[in-house]
Design a protein around this ligand. Structure first.
Ligand code: DMJ
Length: 671
């Protein structure tokens, strides 16, 4: 039976056109079999060999497919396993995996506590006075840095990625301009920052801040300088003249094509006394920087980073070059204000002199149109040309009078045609609204505390924040600023909101209500906890807070929010809090953050990288991007936090723009 079946099979497999398939199976069998018999022995052997080969190939491909399937399900096992095995940074906070915001491969992330994530009905705030948080002794597993970022760690990985990138660039014919690296003392200094791997392994036993004089803070300052040099080296070697460094692929990213990192870094280098680096950057500004480019730039980003950076560098260095560049840029940004409502468009072509809103809307975001004032006002003062100040003051006046605020809180968008708020009903101190509140206070300070409308709006807004947005967690009474969405409270806080403790403290320093300082201190503690409760000791982009005491956890991180972009806000606030209180704990907290940036984001070969997963110290997943604000803001605020130099940028003489560029407080009030 087996034999006859085989014969049948063979006969049917022969596709000889004479071997027809008939309806009648018997006929078919006979006809094909006859043909087979007519073949020579050699022919039959060849055919049989061919069939055997096909059979083997078939078997092989079957086993390959099933192996792939097995691997796939193993991956699922691995992810599932890591979900369970991931060491929770805070006991009981579980991890899950899911797609990240860029739709990349799912990574182990933190499982939100569903119980607390529900949005409770808006009630009266539950924090009449700020209860001191129960500060647990810090849960801070002093782990080793991730293998991929260790100096002697995954060098080959980094190399392979870089090599592949280079190969690709060679194929594309777009090899980035390699710059001659500045070598010498800088490299040695760089090595001081990162402890040798052996030291990392012994971290648990080591004293918290080895070899550092808390009194003088001197070594910490050197550590910040080293971090800056390391970041700068990566930028110089692989991204010189471009907007941002991609330190893992050793390449660059372009946003506006304005050498953002160089300009954002200028005043930081000046403040840190990095003369050689400053001289080189200045030379680039002089020789290479041109705003006469057919390029669309974002009005807000260009104002805070480039205009702000040029103006502050002019003030610090006294070099006219920077003011001339600032004037040129300011004039090129002016077309943004030519709108029916005088509320500026978000984008300007600085070469063509045209402006437009984003493609999908005629709205601008509130933070963007109300956080360009410090810079434009200062430009008018320096140039004696009122037009810059007039256009931005007009925006503030309009917003001051605009209906639709909620106890001083503003919606996130404004329409450039109607000049009215749009997308009403959502109130946040985070993205798209944050620096509106910051600039109310800072403009008032800049102008010598004479512009009453700004102060009124600020005080009213902070009262609104306290009334509608401030809550405490159930477990450890951590104070946070949530969001209001159509009258429902959401216990969600962006890391961006961590600018608020610093701003509140600055207000109190300028004689605003003392209870603002209580809120500042309570929020500062929470921002600190957003770092310490993560496996890497670095904050996620967004935290959710648990209003219930049920499971003892305060902070929940959703899968899409586990990244850290090297943002400055917490360090910024630590700087203000330390300046005004001199409480050494703020320096300690800052020092821990700097060490963790070094452990988990420092890239061997140069630069620091954003990471995808602050929960996983073993694999924080580098994102391959160093934002210009890491040099412009984060490292500058670290330096200022640790510096004991008495008159270094006194907060009675300077006001920092939202990108950490110091601008002078005016000696006489504006006219
Ligand atoms: C910076 O560009 C500024 O601080 C801005 O106000 C908010 N975003 C980044 C830093 O996080």
């Amino acid at each position: 039976m087996y034999q006859s079946a085989t014969k049948d099979f063979i006969a049917l497999t022969l596709t000889d056109q004479n071997c027809h398939i008939y309806n009648n199976g018997k006929h078919r069998k006979q006809s094909c079999w006859r043909k087979w018999k007519q073949l020579s022995r050699l022919q039959r052997s060849l055919i049989l060999a061919l069939l055997a080969l096909l059979l083997i190939l078939g078997l092989l491909s079957f086993s390959h497919v099933s192996m792939q399937r097995r691997e796939f399900s193993n991956k699922e096992d691995w992810l599932g396993m890591s979900d369970d095995l991931l060491k929770p940074a805070f006991p009981g906070v579980k991890s899950v995996f899911g797609p990240n915001e860029e739709g990349k491969a799912p990574a182990p992330v933190v499982r939100p506590n569903l119980g607390s994530d529900s949005v409770p009905e808006l009630k009266e705030p539950n924090v009449p006075a700020f209860q001191k948080p129960h500060t647990n002794k810090k849960i801070f597993p002093n782990k080793r840095g991730p293998p991929s970022l260790q100096k002697n760690g995954n060098v080959s990985d980094t190399f392979v990625v870089a090599r592949q990138e280079e190969d690709k660039e060679e194929e594309d014919g777009e090899k980035p301009k390699k710059m001659v690296s500045w070598r010498g003392a800088m490299i040695e200094a760089d090595q001081v920052t990162e402890p040798p791997p052996s030291a990392n392994e012994k971290d648990d036993a080591a004293p918290p801040v080895p070899n550092v004089s808390v009194e003088t803070g001197m070594n910490r300052l050197e550590a910040v300088r080293d971090a800056f040099r390391h970041a700068w080296k990566g930028y110089k070697d692989y991204a010189w003249g471009h907007d941002e460094l991609k330190p893992i692929s050793k390449s660059f990213g372009e946003w506006f094509g304005l050498g953002l990192t160089i300009i954002d870094s200028l005043d930081t280098m000046w403040i840190m006394g990095l003369k050689e680096e400053f001289a080189e950057a200045k030379q680039w500004v002089e020789k290479e920087l041109s705003f006469n480019q057919n390029v669309d730039v974002n009005l807000f980003e260009t104002t805070i980073r480039v205009l702000g950076g040029l103006l502050s560098t002019y003030h610090l260095s006294g070099d006219q070059l920077f003011l001339n560049k600032a004037k040129d840029l300011g004039a090129r940004l002016m077309p943004a204000f030519k709108t029916p409502s005088k509320i500026p468009f978000s984008d300007v072509n600085i070469g063509k002199g045209t402006a437009h809103p984003p493609r999908w809307t005629s709205d601008s975001s509130m933070a963007e149109v109300t956080s360009i004032q410090l810079e434009f006002r200062e430009l008018s003062r320096l140039t004696q040309d009122p037009m810059f100040k007039e256009v931005v003051d007009e925006v503030m006046k309009k917003v001051h009078k605009l209906p639709g605020k909620h106890d001083g809180l503003i919606p996130m968008f404004i329409n450039t045609n109607s000049g009215q708020f749009s997308h009403r009903g959502i109130y946040t101190l985070g993205a798209r609204a944050d620096s509106y509140y910051e600039y109310l206070l800072k403009q008032w300070i800049q102008g010598g505390k004479t512009e009453d409308e700004l102060l009124e709006d600020y005080i009213e807004a902070i009262n609104g924040v306290k009334k509608h947005l401030v809550r405490q967690t159930g477990a450890h009474k951590l104070t946070f600023v949530g969001e209001l969405s159509h009258n429902r409270f959401s216990p969600k806080m962006d890391h961006l909101v961590c600018f608020l403790p610093g701003t509140l403290a600055l207000g109190v320093h300028n004689d605003l209500p003392g209870d603002h300082m209580d809120l500042a201190a309570a929020l500062m503690e929470t921002c600190h906890q957003m770092y310490t409760q993560m496996g890497t000791g670095l904050s996620p982009e967004i935290a959710h807070f648990n209003l219930h005491a049920t499971d003892g956890h305060d902070i929940i991180v959703k899968p899409a929010d586990t990244h850290n972009l090297l943002r400055p806000e917490t360090v910024e606030s630590l700087f203000y809090m330390y300046r005004f209180t001199k409480d050494p704990k703020y320096r300690e907290w800052g020092w821990e953050i700097l060490q963790n940036f070094n452990k988990y984001t420092k890239v061997s070969g140069g630069g620091y990288t954003s990471i995808n997963n602050v929960r996983d110290p073993e694999n924080p997943e580098p994102r391959d991007k160093m934002e210009s604000f890491f040099l412009g803001e984060t490292l500058k605020y670290f330096y200022l936090l640790f510096s004991d130099e008495k008159d270094l940028l006194s907060l009675d003489k300077y006001v920092f723009n939202t990108e950490a560029h110091p601008l002078p407080i005016w000696p006489s009030p504006p006219k």
